[in-house]
Design a protein around this ligand. Structure first.
Ligand code: XMP
Ligand code: MG
Length: 178
């Protein structure tokens, strides 16, 4: 185990089983709809690429990057689009793929933004959900794991851009960031 990790919260095997399960559910949900699957960069990239390979239906992929103004560990709710989609979402069934929902501020901005572009539908799949810290009324339509209020890294999630490549999700030792 990486020395900065206090505890493994979700193993590679647990993540993989959950991604397969979500892939089956989403394949049924979006059959015949040619969904536009949107990865919110950068954290959701490993989840997105694993998830689409567990979806057995035709789909398209696109990528978006957003950043929230304010302190680095907390969302401000004011979101800036750093990289926009290349595809028009008008009349498309859009599935937003997120790594983690914390306050929910980033995602509620994004969902609102996509709905105003006249998507046929906008739904959210998140691998991790930290409901304890929610600041807005937002529930993901599809969710992998509910996790406690701890700072986690790995499988796309970072601290200062590190640990994204860990194959598992772990709780970071507080000594690393304090
Ligand atoms: P919201 O707007 O829901 O923001 O507060 C979600 C974003 O916050 C980041 N985040 C984390 N990143 N470990 C991380 O590596 C965590 O435990 C964590 N909690 C929130 C993440 O960028 C997510 O997209
Ligand atoms: Mg993120």
């Amino acid at each position: 185990m990486e020395k900065d990790i206090e505890k493994i919260l979700l193993s590679e095997e647990e993540i993989s089983a959950k991604v397969s399960e979500l892939g089956s559910i989403l394949s049924e949900e979006y059959a015949g709809k040619n969904p536009l699957v949107i990865c919110v960069l950068r954290g959701a990239a490993p989840f997105m690429t694993d998830l689409v390979r567990r979806m057995t239906i035709p789909l398209e992929m696109d990528f978006m990057a957003v950043s929230s103004y304010g302190k680095s560990t907390q969302s401000s709710g004011i979101v800036r689009i750093m990289k926009d989609l290349d595809t028009s979402v008008e009349d498309r069934h859009v599935l937003v793929v997120e790594d983690i929902i914390d306050s929910g501020l980033t995602l509620s901005y994004l969902v609102d933004n996509l709905e105003r572009r006249n998507a046929a539908s906008v739904k959210v799949v998140t691998l991790l959900d930290k409901p304890a810290r929610r600041a807005v009324d937002l529930k993901p339509h599809f969710s992998g794991f509910q996790i406690p209020d701890a700072f986690v890294v790995g499988y796309g999630l970072d601290y200062a851009e590190k640990y994204r490549n860990l194959p598992y999700i772990g709780i970071l030792k507080p000594s690393v960031y304090s």
